[in-house]
Design a protein around this ligand. Structure first.
Ligand code: GDP
Length: 195
């Protein structure tokens, strides 16, 4: 897929206020600092698309972008801040839960994980929750430029081992790097086939 246009549509904290259009949408989510903004900019060939809505405080919002005038890319808040109160964790959970449960336009979610880290409970629990709720997802491994090919293979294998304990198949996954563009074509082609 060639990116011909990428426009910021809106940010909001209320799922009810998300665009009413029936365009298919693809949500990107992961722990804060996983490289989500960089990935969104890399995928869309834009320097700072993800940051157009990135004012402080806006990170806890649902951000819609219109791509090629025919699908929505949704930038969801990062999870797993080390220092958040229990109540703000709860608010976050209900906010995200509501999005995933009610957004009929959602085709698939992309759960981002940093390829350098061992599988983390917070990511595994989130994937488990998506699975239990019937929400299709793929994994996007980020920052692949930071590891040698052998180490990438090892980390993916670790994920496979853990995920196959509770799943019949390994979810679809992509290896990406925003620094050198690895994975861009694969992710966009995948979106294209589903749209
Ligand atoms: P977000 O909080 O998930 O939106 O993460 P950012 O996109 O802001 O990235 C967090 C940090 O990781 C920044 O310092 C980025 O420069 C760095 N980063 C993001 N993606 C990559 C990547 O593919 N390769 C490398 N080497 N660094 C990256």
């Amino acid at each position: 897929m060639k990116i011909k246009s990428a426009e910021f549509v809106m940010s909001n904290s209320d799922v009810e206020k998300c665009p009413k259009s029936r365009l298919p949408e693809y949500a990107f989510i992961g722990r804060s600092n996983v490289g989500k903004s960089s990935l969104i900019n890399m995928l869309t060939d834009r320097k700072s698309l993800a940051k157009t809505s990135g004012r402080p405080g806006k990170t806890q919002l649902i951000n819609h972008f219109l791509i090629n005038k025919n699908w929505h890319l949704v930038d969801l808040p990062g999870y797993g801040y080390a220092r958040v109160s229990k109540s703000s964790k709860k608010t976050f959970q209900s906010f995200i839960t509501q999005y995933f449960k009610s957004r009929e336009q959602l085709v698939t979610a992309f759960v981002l994980v940093d390829i350098r880290h061992d599988p983390q409970p917070i990511d595994l629990e989130f994937m488990q929750w998506l699975g239990e709720n019937g929400i299709p997802f793929s994994i996007i491994f980020t920052k692949a430029d930071k590891l040698k090919p052998k180490a990438i293979e090892r980390h993916v294998a670790d994920y496979k081992t853990i995920l196959l304990e509770s799943w019949e198949d390994m979810p679809n996954y992509f290896i990406t790097s925003s620094s050198n563009g690895i994975g861009q074509e694969e992710v966009l082609t995948y979106i294209d086939t589903l749209t």
